[in-house]
Design a protein around this ligand. Structure first.
Ligand SMILES: Nc1nc2c(ncn2[C@@H]2O[C@H](COP(=O)(O)OP(=O)(O)O)[C@@H](O)[C@H]2O)c(=O)[nH]1
Ligand SMILES: [Mg+2]
Length: 228
């Protein structure tokens, strides 16, 4: 029986997968597969050569990738993993343990004591500040104590994922997941994570359009309340 589905998300992530793939810990009763959008750098061939099934997306977006991953997964738990260097594979078992302890959603937080985020060594931490601002509004409107409402490194019960009817296609998918889980009173727990730096390639989460998506999503979620 498959307990955990590890879903790898890639878009031109060859440098990352080369380094990270063999660092993934063996997880009992798990399946692993990748959802890829249009990689042109050999990511898909590399994954397949390492016996990882790859589902190719036809439409762009991390939210799209989450939806496809959740639809294909067979485990009771879904764990989303981005192999770009930001996420420490050693956190995988810790996230799963939180679900086994009865939590619905487990988040690797970049903003707890003991955490690190990618910008900690920089003077102007624009992304970190934006993250904290969005989390402030989540506390204000939806309550809870989540310290990192946005990080993509997380695990969730598959039945809970389905019940949230997430419908955003881009980078705001995790933000929507956190907000809707709070609205429904789901049990959310966090572990501190130490975010590494990107290994190669580049982020496609450009600040302005991504920030705008977050603002619109926040407003929409405030407006619709429990109607989803
Ligand atoms: N499957 C899939 N993965 C994506 C897509 N966009 C980004 N990713 C992956 O999601 C992860 C995070 O994306 P990135 O651009 O680094 O955003 P950042 O970490 O927020 O800077 C990386 O592993 C990307 O390869 C997409 O449209 N589809
Ligand atoms: Mg990243």
């Amino acid at each position: 029986m498959i307990k955990t589905s590890i879903i790898i998300l890639t878009r031109n992530e060859i440098d990352g997968v080369r380094v990270i793939l063999n660092r993934l810990p063996k997880i009992r009763d798990s399946e692993i597969f990748a959802v890829d959008y249009d990689s042109q750098d050999g990511t898909v061939a590399y994954l397949r050569a390492h016996h990882i099934r790859v589902v190719r997306q036809s439409q762009k977006g991390r939210g799209e990738a989450f939806a496809i991953g959740a639809a294909k997964a067979r485990g009771k738990y879904l764990l989303f993993f981005s192999p770009d260097g930001n996420e420490d594979p050693a956190d995988i078992p810790r996230l799963i343990t939180l679900l086994e302890k009865g939590n619905d959603l487990a988040i690797a937080s970049r903003f707890m004591t003991g955490s690190r985020n990618e910008e900690d060594d920089e003077v102007f931490k624009f992304r970190a500040w934006a993250n904290r601002a969005f989390t402030f509004f989540v506390h204000l409107f939806f309550g809870g104590h989540v310290s990192d409402t946005i990080n993509g490194y997380r695990a969730i019960r598959r039945d809970v994922y389905k019940s949230l009817h997430l419908n955003t296609s881009g980078f705001a998918i995790e933000f929507q997941m956190t907000i809707r889980a709070l609205k429904r009173g789901k049990k959310i727990a966090e572990i501190p994570t130490r975010e590494g730096n990107r290994i190669g390639g580049q982020s496609t989460a450009y600040a302005i359009p991504t920030g705008l998506q977050f603002v619109l999503l926040l407003l929409r979620e405030i407006f619709i309340g429990l109607n989803f």
